[in-house]
Ligand binder design. Structure first.
Ligand SMILES: [Zn+2]
Length: 254
């Protein structure tokens, strides 16, 4: 049995039996870690309060070879995400951000960049960065880190720079130039504003992106572009995406 310790962000948890809880954490060193927090549901548990969505904790766990789940020994809170959990929108968004990592990060694989992306996005949201901007930034970066959606500089078909008249083909593998787009049917037009956004995130942090206003139309366009790439890759949409849209629409109607 080996003992490990790492900083981790809580992605998911569900109850097991009467008192235990199964949690999924994201770590820099080991990617996703799934484990049992014994007696986490008891009132005076050593885990109570620490294991909250998107909370950053220092965890210690035991691992036994051949076993699927590790056993959590302790969790010490570094940062809560309570500020996001006060409103329905924040709760839904937290679930959506976490599901990206559940889907894209791997187990037993170094995941420093995914960890930093989730951590910095959470911190920016807690600091009050616009949640639409933060979500678009995060969605695009998850796909980029996954190697499935590079920044739109050169056309993947012909190698020339993309600009006015660019488009994303139905197979959603990248942004192609106007000339190549004219030979493809069913593509999605990509405006210069969206191209600029997808380029700028390469070198700008989320707080830096927040210093300049990005129009609602560009953000909506980026949402559609990244959703197409994500769905094309996963062959489905994230569950939390649908839940978020449907719930917010219902609340909006009420
Ligand atoms: Zn081209």
């Amino acid at each position: 049995m080996t003992l490990h310790s790492a900083e981790a962000i809580l992605l998911d948890q569900f109850d097991l039996h009467d008192q235990d809880r199964i949690v999924t954490l994201l770590t820099r060193e080991r990617g996703k870690v799934r484990g049992v927090a014994r007696a986490a549901r008891r009132k005076y548990s050593r885990f109570s309060g620490q294991l909250q969505p998107l909370a950053k904790v220092r965890v210690v766990w035991f691992e036994r070879s051949g076993q699927d789940l590790v056993r959590l020994s302790s969790a010490e809170l570094i940062r809560t995400a309570d500020g996001l959990m006060r409103e329905l929108e924040g709760i839904l968004l937290a679930g959506y951000l976490a599901e990206h990592m559940l889907e894209f990060a791997q187990e037993n694989e170094e995941s420093d960049r995914y960890f930093r992306l989730l951590d910095s996005t959470t911190e920016a949201l807690l600091a009050g960065v616009d949640s639409d901007l933060a979500t678009r930034y995060y969605e695009a970066w998850v796909l980029r880190l996954g190697g499935i959606f590079p920044a739109p500089f050169d056309c993947p078909e012909c190698g020339r720079p993309v600009g006015e008249g660019a488009s994303m083909p139905a197979r959603a593998e990248g942004v192609i130039c106007a000339d190549c787009a004219s030979e493809t049917v069913g593509g999605l037009r990509v405006s210069p504003g969206a191209i600029d956004f997808l380029r700028r995130i390469t070198t700008s942090s989320l707080p830096e992106m927040g210093e300049r206003t990005v129009g609602a139309r560009v953000l909506a366009e980026v949402a559609e572009i990244t959703a197409r790439v994500r769905r094309s890759f996963l062959q489905r949409e994230l569950r939390s995406h649908r839940v978020m849209l449907e719930t917010l629409a219902r609340v909006g109607d009420a």
